[in-house]
Design a protein around this ligand. Structure first.
Ligand SMILES: [Zn+2]
Length: 293
């Protein structure tokens, strides 16, 4: 397929690419399917999950293809969407609904991860939910959890993003300005900053749920004992969350149910890639969009 849009994730710049980390550049894109070998899909606008399963291993056959033992990832072991053209199995393709523009459709993977994480939590009444982090997955989780009747606050580090929270009516604080009061029902860890898992444990009430939405940073290791000590003492359930509900994300985007336009920091042509990557490296960048001419 020909790539018409691709988002640059600032976290993917200079990242250590490992399967499952989902931080390689070129996994958030819109493509137009070419004529060869894709009956029924020619000319359609599509997205696809970043993981490409083998369809043959025991886990794939058991319907757990997201955990495939031989999966490849866009940008890791195969071309990501920074390439002009990429090839993917037809079974991976998800058509973009009419009426949803390409710019917003690019955010389906981030929104899909927020929807998947939200579905892993059982909510009763109006629970207190803290979102740790301020990247697009965190900011979309805040919008989704607010719509699900939770009392949501975002704890971030980048002051410019607090303005977005204000626009959406979501409470926000700098992560260093909040007491660790062990009173939150649910904590989404959307940040890989070393030490944030421990902060999440200190925010969570006993028997709370902590969701690891971002993969923990490897340099978290020295803190591991304290973190696991807290996990044990408070009987907190940690749930890993890596899946993404792409079709649901496209439907929600098409109905304009969440705001993703605000998550787009800048737009460039593919030919302006050098400027685009320089813009992506600035600390105030959420996402930079590359667009075909
Ligand atoms: Zn497999």
């Amino acid at each position: 397929m020909r790539i018409t849009r691709a988002l640059i994730d600032p976290h993917a710049l200079g990242a250590n690419f490992e399967p499952g980390n989902a931080i390689a550049p070129g996994r958030e894109f819109v493509g137009i399917v070419g004529a060869s070998g894709s009956p029924g899909f020619e000319g359609k606008r599509v997205i696809a999950p970043s993981s490409v399963p083998c369809s043959a291993c025991d886990l794939c056959r058991a319907g757990l293809s997201i955990h495939c033992r031989a999966r490849s990832e866009l940008g890791i072991g195969r071309d990501g969407a920074m390439a002009e053209k990429i090839s993917l199995p037809v079974s991976s393709l998800i058509e973009i609904p009419k009426g949803l523009d390409d710019d917003r459709a690019c955010f389906a993977p981030s929104l899909g991860r927020a929807l998947h994480a939200a579905d892993l939590v059982r909510l009763e009444g109006k629970p207190y939910v803290t979102i740790l982090g301020d990247d697009p997955v965190a900011l979309l989780s805040a919008q989704v959890m607010t719509q699900r009747n939770a009392s949501v606050r975002v704890l971030g580090r980048e002051p410019a993003r607090f303005g977005l929270c204000e626009k959406w009516g979501v409470k926000h604080r700098h992560i260093d300005q909040v007491g660790r009061r062990a009173d939150q029902d649910v904590v989404f860890v959307c940040s890989s900053t070393p030490g944030d898992l421990e902060i999440a444990m200190r925010l969570a009430r006993p028997r709370a749920t902590v969701l690891l939405v971002a993969p923990p940073s490897a340099s978290n290791a020295p803190k591991e004992l304290t973190t696991l000590g807290l996990l044990h003492a408070s009987e907190i359930a940690i749930i890993g969350s890596r899946g993404e509900r792409l079709a649901d994300a496209l439907r929600l985007l098409a109905s304009d149910g969440v705001d993703v336009r605000s998550l787009l920091t800048a737009k460039y042509r593919f030919a302006q890639y050098a400027e685009a990557f320089a813009r992506a490296a600035r600390p105030d960048t959420l996402r930079v969009l590359l667009e075909a001419a």
